[in-house]
Design a protein around this ligand. Sequence first.
Ligand SMILES: *Cc1c(COP(=O)(O)O)cnc(C)c1O
Length: 340
Amino acid sequence: MEINLISDTVTRPSKGMLDAMMRAKVGDDVFKNDPTLNELEDKVAKLFNMEAALFFPSGTMANQTAIKIHTQPGDQVICDKYAHIYNYEGGGVSFNSGASCKLVDGHRGMMTAEQVETAINPPDFYHSPLTRLVAIENTTNKGGGACWSFKELERIKAVCNKHNLGYHLDGARLWNALAATVETTEQYGSLFDTISVCLSKGLGCPIGSVLVGSNENMQKALRIRKILGGGMRQVGYLAAAGIYALDHNRNRLSEDHKRAKELGICLTNCDWVKQVEPVETNIVIFELDTALTSEEKLVSYLAAKKISIINMGHGKLRMVTHLDYTKEMHDIVLASLKAF
Ligand SMILES: *Cc1c(COP(=O)(O)O)cnc(C)c1O
């Protein structure tokens, strides 16, 4: 049995999802004629109580489009130093938007309202880039699946209002944050100008992300998506997977969180582990005691048992739980870690 804990993107569509995809009514979405895609976009917009939604082939394209909506070349985006938009989107902020990032030294990928306010360049000081946008990530990827305090997000919103800045949420794993906290999609919708969510992570779709926002912003997004080559035709097959995922795979996310917590506890009790980062959702990041072992030793020991995890370097490793990680696999992983 192959056990893949590399990411929550490794899932394959379930039988139920594949059936839903096969049954989908489709049309040409470039002409806005795909009924299933229209249904998915309406469903996600309603969920967040926002005016409109737009489907994307990837979270990266959804984020990059949002950044392009909010900025002009030369402008600056404030984000945490761990941000996916800065670290893992191929330099797209500068490539696509001609904008730069002002990195904030936050905690586990999260900034404070004070840090954000300090990072804003005075708009009348024409020597520095014009600050236009604040980009948040929830849960934080490089921050180990940490969830923001909604209070802090509200305080940052007040800073954005005061300084007339756009407010974007990279919610690739917002579903996980919502499962781990008390807030609702509507609350998030009321706070941000644009939100991107992934269907291909915790929810188990093969492909797909959705951007939500105002009619005006989604109209702009439609043009930018076209420019980026993201206009797709009979995309209802993918939308059907998204609808199925929202209806069937959201409630079970807490199972992934429970197993991740159990992995965290197991690792805490291993003497070769120096530290386990607090496990809040489905990501477990831990650091080895390099006097006792090495990343390579652990990774190859687990690989021999057909268990894959990610070596992040500097003594740190990562495991991510997901829809295809079963109880049976979980027991094997726990036993294997204890026996190392
Ligand atoms: C995965 C991810 C994305 C988007 O990734 P794609 O692979 O382009 O879908 C964006 N932001 C964060 C935080 C992510 O984890």
